[in-house]
Write a protein that binds this ligand. Structure first.
Ligand code: PLP
Length: 385
């Protein structure tokens, strides 16, 4: 008798092996890329394969990464998009004029600016809740609310939303909860397991992990939801989908998701702990620190770590932050996050005129370099400030 059942339980194992798929004709352990934009019919005019007519949302290269993403989030269906923004926008576009939507006061600024404008032009009633107030969603929802949007942890101050509580508050009034879980990654948090209806990622970040693909994804628990049907139809018609090569790169990147994210998150925690009481810093923002306001919720709803993103606020204000960023040698000064290489940015500069980020803040995306090199780089950069 076998000692263990002959099945795989860990998402980690499934993902490393691309859901244990091999290409049936050749035995290739990596799937082929189908660059074809169109798919043939036989002499009887019937499609050779019913699932494929035209590439816009039917390219076979999309299927494996979508199945891997559904597996990662414990969902039952996933849709790839051409960017994280395209995925997020698709959810709001599925609302009808007159619908009420609730968004947090801190969220990825690109989507925040877009949704403020879209709500105005599309006739949505937009209400904003404070992520710092744990009861804000419950107080803000009304019987007209159709959608509650959450981002956890929030970019770039890493506030944490209690997803189970937000889902209950949304469901009590018949609304849906959608969560941008880009920063948490499926390694650390699975919003659908906590009650969310939809989860969104910028797959450009840790899911791909190599700063060379722009992509987004939505995953759903219940694909029969009307909103999911609307989103899928709209995607097929509008074509906001990555090309086959990007989809293929994404499935390749995801195979190393767990090792990359676990190492980067461990380094982020080490950095946060090392610099927490540094005299040059007014605050180290990281949900893994017990001093962080969202730590208790994060400890409950995240596992195996708290993510690879953290921020420093400088006692010497913007001047000190800009001096520190200029001195860094190992961190690359660039926007974005979730790649193998560590990045730093002065977020207020990156976001531009509409930014609500304090100018004394530097944002770090921790990569998988040797942690000691990162700590030393930061130590050198902020010494004497
Ligand atoms: N959500 C978060 C939390 C992000 O950080 C970003 C991009 O930085 C996005 C969404 C948008 O993703 P994309 O750049 O893939 O459109």
């Amino acid at each position: 008798m076998a000692k263990h059942p002959n099945t795989v339980n860990a998402a980690e194992t499934d993902i490393v092996q691309g859901l244990h798929t091999t290409e049936p004709q050749t035995g290739a352990v990596m799937p082929p890329i189908y660059p074809a934009t169109t798919f043939a019919r036989g002499p009887d005019n019937a499609l050779i394969n019913d699932a494929h007519i035209y590439t816009r949302d039917q390219n076979p290269t999309y299927r494996l990464p979508e199945s891997m993403l559904a597996r990662l989030e414990n969902g039952n269906d996933a849709l790839l998009f051409s960017s994280g923004m395209a995925a997020g926008c698709a959810v709001f576009r599925a609302m009808k004029p007159g619908d009420e939507i609730l968004v947090p006061d801190q969220m990825y600024y690109g989507l925040r600016d877009w949704v403020r404008h879209f709500a105005e032009t599309w006739g949505l009633s937009l209400r904003v809740y404070s992520v710092a107030d744990p009861n804000a969603i419950r107080r803000a929802v009304t019987s007209d609310t159709q959608l509650v949007w959450a981002e956890s942890p929030t970019n770039p101050t890493w506030e944490v939303t209690d997803i189970a509580d937000a889902a209950a508050a949304a469901h009590d009034v018949g609304a849906l909860l959608a969560v941008d879980s880009t920063v948490a990654t499926p390694v650390h948090c699975r919003p659908l397991d906590l009650g969310a209806d939809l989860v969104m990622h910028s797959a450009t970040k840790a899911l791909n992990g190599h700063s060379d693909v722009l992509a987004g994804v939505l995953v759903v628990k219940d694909p029969s939801l009307a909103v999911w049907q609307t989103i899928a139809k709209e995607r097929g018609e509008s074509g906001a989908i990555p090309g086959p090569f990007e989809a293929w790169l994404l499935q390749r990147g995801m195979r190393t998701l767990f090792v990359r994210v676990m190492r980067a998150s461990q380094s982020a925690l080490t950095i946060a702990q090392h610099f927490e009481n540094h005299p040059a810093l007014a605050a180290v923002l990281y949900p893994g620190l017990p001093s962080s306001p969202g730590h208790d919720i994060a400890a409950r709803q995240m596992r195996d770590g708290y993510g690879a993103m953290l921020s420093f606020r400088f006692r010497g204000g913007e001047q000190a932050a800009l001096e520190a960023i200029s001195r860094l040698r190992v961190f690359t000064r660039a926007t974005s996050l979730g790649g193998v290489e560590s990045l730093v940015e002065h977020r207020a500069t990156a976001e531009g005129a509409s930014s609500e980020v304090p100018p004394d803040l530097l944002r770090f995306s921790v990569g998988i370099e040797r942690c000691e090199d990162l700590v030393n780089d930061l130590d050198n950069a902020i010494a004497g400030l």
